[in-house]
Ligand binder design. Structure first.
Ligand code: OGA
Ligand code: MN
Length: 210
């Protein structure tokens, strides 16, 4: 069982829950202090330098394959206990998970996340964050780690919203985007410089009968 809160609740969690309830997505320009985001970026770069990032696959399980014509990023999954800044982020995401459950009754059970590094020129074609054979992903969360990103650097997250509205998000450090995984198609436009992020998903329990 979880101990009492040791730190005050993050002030933006209820705004994010309200945004999800009313329109299915939320964007926060300053979700975390630069000190923590810089430490996460350094951890991502360290893992990359040590060869720990691998080309991302498309699909799930046995059906998974690497297809650079669809996505060209390199990733590494994050586990608790590996690095202090990652643990701080995981703890905060657990608070967000509980806030979403209280507000939206989604029954989110866990959070999985990975670092992602897009080398210059890499992109991720339009997709939904749900797999045909696995519909446990309910809410997607992306934290960006890139200081001083310029519009001409490319690499925007393009979200395809209701009424044919397209919304672009600059992958600027400290920005967070949250959206319903099964309802918001999106793509990552090609970037002209290295693009780092931490991408994760809140999942509900699987539908197995036991
Ligand atoms: C993904 C994804 C978006 C981004 O990894 O599924 O869509 O902006 N990432 O990095
Ligand atoms: Mn996605």
């Amino acid at each position: 069982m979880r101990a009492m809160h040791t730190s005050p609740e993050h002030p933006l969690l209820s705004t994010i829950v309200d945004d999800l309830a009313t329109r299915g997505w939320s964007q926060q320009a300053l979700f975390l202090p630069l000190e923590l985001v810089g430490a996460l970026a350094a951890e991502c770069r360290r893992r990359h330098a040590e060869g720990e990032l691998n080309p991302a696959g498309v699909g799930r399980g046995a059906a998974q394959e690497v297809r650079e014509a669809i996505r060209g990023d390199q990733i590494q999954w994050i586990d608790p206990g590996q690095a202090e800044p990652c643990d701080r982020y995981l703890e905060l995401m657990d608070n967000l998970r509980q806030a979403i459950n209280q507000g939206l009754f989604l029954g989110l059970e866990d959070f999985e996340c990975h670092f992602a590094l897009y080398p210059p020129g890499a992109f991720y074609r339009r997709h939904l964050d749900r797999f045909r054979d696995d519909d446990r992903r309910m809410v997607s969360v992306v934290l960006y780690l890139n200081e001083c990103w310029q519009p001409e650097d490319g690499g925007q997250l393009r979200m395809f919203l209701a009424d044919d509205v397209e919304h672009d998000v600059q992958p600027e450090a400290c920005s967070l985007v949250v959206f319903l995984s099964g309802e918001v198609p999106h793509e990552v436009l090609p970037a002209n410089r290295e693009r780092l992020s931490l991408t994760g998903w809140f999942r509900r329990r699987g539908n197995d009968p036991f």
